[in-house]
Design a protein around this ligand. Sequence first.
Ligand code: ADP
Ligand code: MG
Length: 616
Amino acid sequence: MADIIKLLPDHVANQIAAGEVVQRPASVVKELLENAIDAGACTIKLIIKDGGKILIQVVDDGMGMSATDARLSFERHATSKIQKAEDLFNLNTKGFRGEALASIAAIAHVEMQTKPESEELGTHLKIEGSKIIFQEASVTPKGTSMAVKNLFFNIPARRNFLKSNQVELRHITDEFHRVALAHPTIAFHFYNNGSELFNLPSDNYRKRIVNIFGSRTNQKLVPVEEETPIVVIKGFITKPEFAKKSRGEQFFFINNRFIKSPYLHHAVVAAFEGLIKSDSYPGYFLYLEVDPASIDINIHPTKTEIKFDDEHSLYAILRSTVKHSLGQFNVAPALDFEHDPNLQTPYDFKNKSVIQPKVTVNSGFNPFQEVKNTTSAPRNYQKPNTQSWESLYVGLESKMGSNEDSGSISFESDTITGSIFEGEKETTEAVTTTFQIRRKYIVTTIKSGMVVIDQSRAHQRVLYEKFLKNSTVKQAVSQQLLFPLNLSFSKSEISALQEIEDILISIGFIFEKIEGESITVTGVPLLVAESEVGMILDQLISDYQQEVTEESFSHTDILSKTLAKTLAVKTGETLDNASQIALVNDLFACKEAMVSPFNKPVYITITENDIDKKFI
Ligand code: ADP
Ligand code: MG
């Protein structure tokens, strides 16, 4: 039999290899940006036309290439980054396979201009489908410009497989984000079809994140920092209340290289346990530094996975580091380096004292009554002088343990008639003794034993009913802002905002304008601090967008829930004694003290009998 095995011509081999490296325009963007970074660039320009199908160009001011290197760089396995096998275990560069340029040149029209600083003249080189069209000396600035045109021009099947320009641009933008986040000290410019999408100056990590994701991101970030012999962790997580239902802003970088790691993702999510809903994801931007010898990135050229020597330790360290940061943030907001003094829990009795004088001039003043007033009903409830809001609760009472009493609950009253005191009509005194345990529960005694209250859910219930009531009596209580507040949103957020404008006004917001991509707020509901307005509106919009399709009480209901959730004290917050007492009394003045606005139990009772049983 005749010999039938032949060596593939280079251009065919290159085309096959190209399939591995280049799946879509975004893969080219990644390779070119990484080459520019490896070349030590300070400023990198990315120029895209039609989702990268027509043009992908990267211009850098890095070290450039000599005429010979310029030609060699398009050969397969041509690289300046490793010389011997051992180098593989000590990589400090992005690339090392010497495959990218050869692959790209095999399936596109490539034009390169490059010049090292030391040389007078640079090189201009054109290559199409692995064929050199020309190479000549040229006048060009220091650095390299690489233009990749007509991607997959010679593989129509692959070209047809590409998605719309918009989708391809999304992939490119994702890739751009990853590279730009990993290298904040490098300046980036990104142009799409002639208009500038990003202009990122050289900056620190925090500012780079904010420059990419918008100024509103700044207030969401909690710093993370830890140094151990195995790993150095730096970066940011987003505060639990900004957790999103959709995945999005989750970034791990190992030695400044973006990676995906479901395992490490799990470690972060585990640290957030109990602080966010199970169907939401925290955002994070975490930069891990490890010994390059302890990882293997040589799994696949396009994969972003990575193998670690000591995964388990890394997991444990990451989880506890994130937990620690969350703890610091929750427990001691004053330590948060960008803490805003306005961001305080509404249970601040320093503020309550302003309502005192009103009571002291009361001619029918009864000192005993007054003592009860200050402890049991310090919150400034609106008189439920219209009956309309009562209708909102129709049908809700049946969920309560006791119906007979519910009609007699009065927000004005300083007596406690909630179902918890059922059958103990003599217990009309307000609660006066409480304990907080684990900064999570408030415990108080009742005749039959004790009651354990989830502080966050209790406060949600109190605030929820308050907002619901405010909106339905059409007497929203607003506080005027000293200076109008300008906030910017995306176009889709603005249109959502316009849809719920009426409800927001009924809750107490006052808007001067809502148009284009910005709004002006001149008044906010009571209890809402000015510094929180952006964050709250954000939450309101996203909840409205998420839940608008779901069956729900009403839009007012959704928004009241969101406001309550956002403003309620959280697990982990220390409440002083007066605040605990006020909260408990407010709770049992609620229509439906037993369940949170999200249908979770607010408190449990433990009777003397239950306790006795434990002692048998
Ligand atoms: P790798 O990056 O894996 O080495 P590439 O095919 O991406 O392989 O690049 C081949 C070589 O071309 C690189 O090793 C580098 O020496 C040179 N090179 C590529 N892009 C640039 C650039 N923008 N500036 C300077 N040199 C570059
Ligand atoms: Mg490369």
